[in-house]
Design a protein around this ligand. Sequence first.
Ligand SMILES: [Cu+2]
Length: 477
Amino acid sequence: MAFSRRLFAKALVGAGSIPLAGMALDAMRGAGDDAPSAGDRSASTAGRADVTSDSPGEPRNQPSSPADRTFSLGARRAGEGGTPLDSTTQYLYNRRYPAPELRVPAGDTIQVAVENDLPKGTGTTVHWHGVPVPNEMDGVPGVTQDPIPRGESMTYAYEASPPGTYMYHSHVAQQMDRSLFGPLVVEEEEPRLDYDREVVVFVDDYLAATPPTEENPDVPLYDGIVVNGRLPDDPQEVGVTAGERVRFRFINGASAGVFDLRLAGHTLKVTHADGRPVDPVQVDFLRFGSAERYDAVVEFDNPGAWELAATPVNAGDLGDPEWGRLVVDYEQSSASPQSPRGSPTRLDRSMLRAVERYGHVRGSPDREYGLTLSPGDDGAWLMGGQRYPDADPLSVSPGDHVRVTMRNESEMYHPMHLHGHFFKVGHAVRDTALVAPGQQVTFDVYADNPGEWFFHCHNQYHLASGMARVVSYDRQA
Ligand SMILES: [Cu+2]
C-alpha cells in the first residue's frame, strides 16, 4: 500500500527560480496558448442557439413552481453491508455508489430534497456541476450557503437547462472522495445525433480509507480505478449487437485521477464536451480530468469482447492503482476481452468546435485576469500566487466579456472549473478546462449569471490546499 504526501503539492524541480507571478498578464500574452476564437458569428453558426443568456443581470435557470420532477437524496455513511466497496469511510447518497442517476428533460424544473444523515458534526451541500443554476442553489459552503447541518435537510430547485451530461456532488471538504457523487443527465428534446441507446460511464478513483488531509496526509491512496462502481477485477459487462450505435456519456467523478479513456477495437466519435455539442470528431482515445465529461457515439462493427480502459495518466500521484475497465461483449462472443493497443489518435482541444454559438465575447475583453497555477509553501496550491481563502475575488460586472489566462507552473494536471457559467476555450464551449503541466490555457466568459461563483481546481486535494478564487459580481446591471 502506498503512503505518501503525493496528493498534496509537488513542486517543479527548481521551482524556486520561477517567479510566482500573481497577475503577470504581459508575460502570459502571446505565449502560444490556445487563444479563444473571435465571435464566431459566421455563416455556419448564424441562427444557431446561443448558450449565453440575453439577460446578464438576471439569475439563470430560476425554477418555476410547482416543480416538474422531484427527487430525494439521503447522505449517509456506508459500511452497513451490501457491496464489496461498502467501506465504513465512504459516504453515499441513497446507499448507492455512485449515487442514482438523475435524468430529466431539458427545461423541466427539478426539486431535490437533500437530507443530511452523515456522522455527528458533519455538514454537507450538493453542487450541480456544469448547470448554470441560480447562485443560491450552487452548493458551495462559505460562498453560496452554510452547510446543511446533520439531521437537517435542504431543497435545491432550478430549471434543468441546457441539455447535457453533468454530475452532482458534495462540495464540502473531501466528501466527493468519500463517494458523494452521481450522474446528472439533462436530455435533449430531439438529440441531434443518431444512436440506438445510451450507456453512462462514471469513472472514479476509489478510496477505501479516510481521505488524507493536510494535517494527516500519510494515509493509503487509491485502491483501484472504478468504472460504474466496479473494481478492475470485477468489471461491468455491457452486451452489444453488431451494427448497434451506442451513445456513451463519460463522466470523470475522480477526486484526483486524470484518465486516458479508450475502447479496444473501436473508435470514439466525440459529440459533446462537458455536455455542450461539438462537430463530431473521430478519435481513438481521449484524456479527461476530474469533473470533465465527454459524450461519444460508438458504432459496434467489430465483433468480439473488448475492454473500455480508463488508465490514469498521473498514476504515480494516486498510489499506482490498477486501471479501470468495463467489458463490451458482442452477442455470442466467447472471446476473452482484448485490451487497447497500437499508437492511436488522442482527442486534442483544437479538434473541438462548438455547435452552439457563444455570444457576447467578440473583440477585446472588458476585463482580463492572468493566474499562475503553482505550488506554494507548506503543501499549498496557489492561483495567481494566492492561497484561498486568503485570496482576492475576481471582480466582474453583469454583461462583461472576461478573459482568463491560466499558466500551469507545476508538474501536475489542474482541471479548472468555473461555477455557474459556460466559457469559450479555443472553439469549444465548456465548464472545465484541463490545464496540463507547463501548459497555458485561455478562456473567454460572458458574465451572465450574477452572484458569487467558485472558480477552482477540481482536484479535491489542490482545492483543499487553496487552489480557488471567487468570481464576484460587483453590481447589478
Ligand atoms: Cu490542481
